[in-house]
Design a protein around this ligand. Sequence first.
Ligand SMILES: [Ca+2]
Ligand SMILES: [Ca+2]
Length: 191
Amino acid sequence: MKKRFTKLSFAILAIGTMSMLFTSCAKEEDADPCDTIVCVKGDCVNGTCDCDEGWSGSDCSNQITPSKIKITGIKLTRFPATDNGGGWDVSSAPDIFVEISYNGTGIFESLLYYDADYTQEYTFTINPYIELNNVTSQYTIRLYDYDDLDANDWMGGINFTPYYSTNGFPTTKTLDADGDVAFEVTYSYVW
Ligand SMILES: [Ca+2]
Ligand SMILES: [Ca+2]
């Protein structure tokens, strides 16, 4: 009697386990909850978009405004050969440096390149970065020729707004207003 009872319970247990396995297999084959989900900037996990950093919304298509942008590189790609037809210095090329300002206050000034050649591009060292805390406001980047005996000569400048809500967080941004100077800045974003 005892033996028969054990055999019977084992059979019931075995059938129960098999049917559970069968049920769970069938459910998985039914539908992947991610089959119909499109995540623009993220990955679907269990039917929900897990957005990449900086993106939000049910399909991860909305940019999150960064709390700050860090400039990690500045390259000067164009500057004027002459100062309205004359030389920048009495008998040599200009000694250039870059300044970035916000609301009229300088927040960065680079080191100098002496006797810069206008046919070349110049990369300015930033250590380690320039912090832009008002990403939707206007900043100004200017190029000067350093003069040790009188005021520095202004060579050109560009106003720029660091962040746009629709541009997909570029890491390199060209600052070029078809004027005397043009720059390429390298960005990193902080949310
Ligand atoms: Ca000069
Ligand atoms: Ca010079």
